[in-house]
Design a protein around this ligand. Structure first.
Ligand code: ZN
Length: 101
């Protein structure tokens, strides 16, 4: 912990900005769940970005590298995913997930 905490204000704000930008792009280009993931995550179905964040098929953005594996919050590839697909993928990863609302 300490100065490199993933929860420090700067990193969090930058992440929220990236996540919001990805949500806009997902909507504009109808990007599928898991789009651009080198790890092949996601179901490949389209994501309705207008669903409320409590919906199981709502939009979430996740990094393609688990924070637990030494990943850094900013500068990673963000992947659009359904909330349900994201939580399935995160079963054994300690990932911070914020709803992009
Ligand atoms: Zn999905």
């Amino acid at each position: 912990m300490g100065s490199r905490s993933i929860r420090d204000g700067k990193g969090h704000r930058a992440y929220r900005r990236l996540q919001a930008a990805l949500k806009r792009r997902t909507k504009a280009q109808s990007l599928p769940c898991g789009y651009g993931s080198p790890s092949g995550w996601g179901c490949g179905e389209q994501i309705d970005t207008d669903l409320p964040h409590t919906h199981r098929l709502s939009f979430t953005a996740d990094h393609d590298q688990a924070l637990a594996n030494g990943g850094r919050l900013v500068g990673q590839i963000l992947i659009p995913m359904h909330k349900s697909c994201n939580s399935r993928k995160s079963d054994n990863a300690v990932a911070e997930i914020w709803a992009a609302t």
